[in-house]
Write a protein that binds this ligand. Structure first.
Ligand SMILES: Cc1cc2nc3c(=O)[nH]c(=O)nc-3n(C[C@H](O)[C@H](O)[C@H](O)COP(=O)(O)OP(=O)(O)OC[C@H]3O[C@@H](n4cnc5c(N)ncnc54)[C@H](O)[C@@H]3O)c2cc1C
Length: 280
């Protein structure tokens, strides 16, 4: 069982628990993106196992009345084994989801995997138009070229600031530079993308305000995505205000390192965790 200290950020150890969480979150008008925790598999066995787990999850979602979809990590379904393994496994998940009219998100990982991730995404987004989405990192300098390529692909893009510590030659390191890049990429998306192809993956009020202003200017529809346990009240408020809000909710037995990352990245998360330990 996930200890209460971690259950703010992780939706349970099993798919059944994650679906229960989804039901509760849906009640507040917030939709859920489910991610089975797991990454960096260097052998085919675990990559195929997690692919099978996603196929079962897609079936479970289909058999429910939940507003949910899945998000997969490339290194979880085989990119470290071979680009072809990743592409094949992603194709299996996209096919199963598309048959059930469900959406599949592809997370983006460190910069060594960007090319192969974009290629696989493009292949399956063209095969299943409007059913597949890809995360793009504003901290990577190359994203300004990649966004032009993605504008022609019939899928969604989730713009995030970027969670990986990349080389300064290929990435912006200063917070302000990353924020500037985020704003520029978002502006490009609102100008060139179609309705429903833009996801703002950020907790930053400034980025959300920028998206709202761009929506006023261009009229393009967009959705907002935030992590489970981060600004949960804001997620509910935005949904009540009529925005399409998706909560990214990870689950699974490998919850510890994810939880540890969340606690380390922000002082108030650490305070929250310590309070839970001392019971105050
Ligand atoms: C749905 C989703 C999916 C993601 N997928 C990927 C991915 O595939 N690949 C990847 O590299 N990264 C991914 N990320 C992570 C992302 O790249 C950032 O590392 C992460 O979102 C932090 O950046 P931020 O935009 O939220 O703003 P930050 O720069 O971290 O914070 C900016 C401001 O946001 C507000 N804020 C942030 N956190 C909190 C909090 N806990 N409580 C209150 N206010 C807060 C504060 O006002 C803060 O000053 C994803 C993030 C989300 C939300």
């Amino acid at each position: 069982m996930i200890p209460p200290i971690a259950s703010r950020f992780v939706a349970g150890e099993t798919a059944a628990e994650a679906l229960d969480h989804t039901r509760a979150v849906n009640r507040d008008g917030v939709k859920v993106i489910l991610n089975l925790l797991g990454e960096h598999y260097h052998e085919r066995g675990p990559a195929d196992e997690d692919t099978e787990a996603y196929l079962r999850l897609v079936e479970d979602i289909d058999g429910s009345d939940l507003d949910a979809c899945v998000s997969v990590k490339p290194s979880q379904i085989g990119i470290d084994v071979g680009d072809d393994v990743f592409e094949e496994n992603l194709g299996r998940i996209c096919e199963a989801a598309a048959e059930r009219d469900q959406f599949v998100w592809v997370d983006i990982e460190d910069a060594t995997t960007t090319d192969a991730t974009l290629d696989a995404f493009e292949r399956w987004a063209r095969e299943y138009p409007g059913q597949v989405g890809l995360a793009l990192q504003a901290n990577l300098k190359r994203s300004h070229d990649d966004i032009e390529r993605l504008a022609d692909v019939p899928g969604k893009v989730r713009l995030v600031k970027g969670a990986y510590d990349e080389d300064p030659e290929i990435s912006w390191k200063q917070k302000e530079a990353v924020n500037r890049s985020y704003r520029e990429l978002l502006s490009y998306m609102f100008e060139h993308f179609d309705d429903g192809e833009i996801a703002v993956g950020s907790h930053d009020p400034e980025m959300l305000d920028h998206a709202k202003e761009l929506h006023e200017e261009y009229g393009t529809d967009f959705e907002i995505q935030m992590l489970m346990g981060v600004r949960d009240d804001t997620q509910r408020e935005l949904a009540a205000d009529g925005y399409e809000v998706w909560q990214y909710a990870p689950y699974g037995a490998k919850w510890f390192s994810y939880f540890y990352r969340r606690v380390r990245e922000r002082k108030e998360n650490l305070t929250f965790a310590l309070r839970a330990v001392v019971g105050r």
